[in-house]
Design a protein around this ligand. Sequence first.
Ligand SMILES: [Zn+2]
Length: 541
Amino acid sequence: MSFEVKEKDLLARIGKLKTKTVTVETPLLFPVINPSIQPIPPKRLKSEFGFDAVITNAYILWKRYQNKPIEQGLHKFLDFDGAVMTDSGAYQILVYGNVEVTQKEIVNYQEQIGSDIATILDIPTGWKITKDQATETVKETLHRAKEFFKTKKRDDILWVGPVQGGRHLDLVAKSAVEMSKLPFQIHALGSPTEIMESYRFDVLVDMIMTAKMNLPVERPLHLFGAGHPAMFSLAVALGCDLFDSAAYALYARENRYMTENGTWRLSELDYFPCQCPRCTGNKPKDILTQTAKEREVFLAEHNLHVCQAELNRIKQAIRDGRLWEHVEMRCHAHPALLSGLKKLKTYENFIAKHSPTVKRSGLFFFDSPDLSRPEIIQFNNRLSENYSPPEPNMVLLLVPQTRSKPFHKAREFQKIKHVLKGVNPEMSKNVHVCFYAAPFGVIPLELDEVYPLSQHEVALPLDKETTEYVAERVADYVKRSEYVAVVLLHDPANWNNTIKAALRKACLEKRLPFEHVNLNVKRQKTILTRLETILNKNPSE
Ligand SMILES: [Zn+2]
C-alpha cells in the first residue's frame, strides 16, 4: 500500500504517501502551477515554502507545450524535484464545456511525461445543473474510469478516481460506491469549488461525508479546488488528505490577502496580521505603492505561507488530539463555516466510530455544537451498551458535577460522602452515586477517573441545548437501568428545572419512587439532614 497512516484524530490523519519520486506527508497541499503565468518558480515552492508537491494541468501542458514535457520529463520541465500531480482537463470542461482531447490521449500523455499522481478525464458535475445532467456526469465518469483500466500502461503512477455528483448526495454515494470497486490508489471529490465560493460549507460537509462513508477508508481522499486556509481544518477533520490551491495565485492577482480566518483586500488593511517572511517589516500601504507584478508576487508568497502555517497547525492539532478545538476556532470565523460545523451532528456516529478513543489531551467543551464530539458519543455508547450498576436493586443518588475533577475528590462531594457514612449501613451500601455532568450526561462515581471524564473543561453557564442533552441522557439512563428509587440533589442555579423535570417524567414512566433535595437552601446542614432522612427511610419503600 502506498499510503500509511501515522496519527489520527477525528477522521483526520497524518500519513505517508509514497509516490515514485518521493514520499510526502499528508495532509498535503499541492499549489497549482501554471507554467506560462507562474508567479513563483516551483523550485522555490519547495526550498523556501516547504511544499513537497505541486499540481499542474496536463491538458494545458499538452495544448501549449506538447512534446517538450515528454522529452525533458515533467520534473525537469517544471524544475521541481518533489511529487508532481497532474489534473486532466476536467476543470477546463467545467469552465469551457469541453476539451479537444480524448481520455486515452490525456492518460497516455500523463504516463509519457511521468506524473507521480495522475487523473483520468472525469466529467465534473458542477453546481448549477439539473439532476438529469448530474446523473449523466456520474455515469460518464464511471464509464471512463472502467475504460481507463483497459488502456493504462504504467503501474508506478498513483491514479486518481474522481467522485462526482455535486450536491446530489445520492449520486455522490453511488459514484463513490462504484469508484471504490476499481483499483484506484487515490480518490478525489470533484467540483466543490463553486460550493465553497458560494459559502455553502454545510453542503460541502454533506458532500465530503457522503463520499467518505462510501469510499475505502485506507485510500487517501483529495478535495479538488479547496484552497482557502479558513476551511482546511474542517475538511481535514472529515478525512480529506490532499488539497490543491490555485487560490493563492488567483487571490494575489486580485489584490486579496488570505488569512486563516478569511480574506482581506490589500487596500482594506492598515496592519499585516502575519509574521511570515514577506509581511515582517512591511506595511500594507508600502505594498500598495509597488507595481502590480511586485504586489502579485508579494501576495502569492504571503498566501502560500499562510496556507503552509495553517497546515502545520492542523498537523500539530492532530498529534495533540485537539483537532476539534482547532476546527471549532476556525469555524467561528464566519457563520457559513459554523453552519458547516453544526452539520457534523448528522454524521456524529460515523465520526465517533472512526475516531481514536484515547488521546494524550483532555477536551474543552464550549457549547452545544460540541455535543457531536466523538468523545461524548463514544462514552454514551459505551455506557448504554456495556455498563450496569454495581449491584441490582440499588437506590440511585444523582449528584451535580463539581467544579474540580475527579468529582469524587472534590470538596463539595466530601460532605455528601459524610452524609452517606451517617446513613444506616444496610441502606448506605445500597446507594449508588452517579454525577450528572455536562457534557457527558451520567457519570457513575466509580468511573469518574476514566478518560476523558476527568480530563475536560466546561464553559459555564451551560447553554439550553447542553442542559437538555444532559437531562435526556439522565432520563435514558434511569429508564434502562434497574434501580428501585431515584434521589436527586437538585441544583437549580446551574440546571434550572431541566434535570428534575426529565427525571420526574422518567420515574413516573417506570413507576419508580422519586425524591429530590434542593441545593439552593441557605443552610447546608438542612440539605444534608434532609438527604440523610430520605436515605434512612429507604425511598423505595
Ligand atoms: Zn504574511
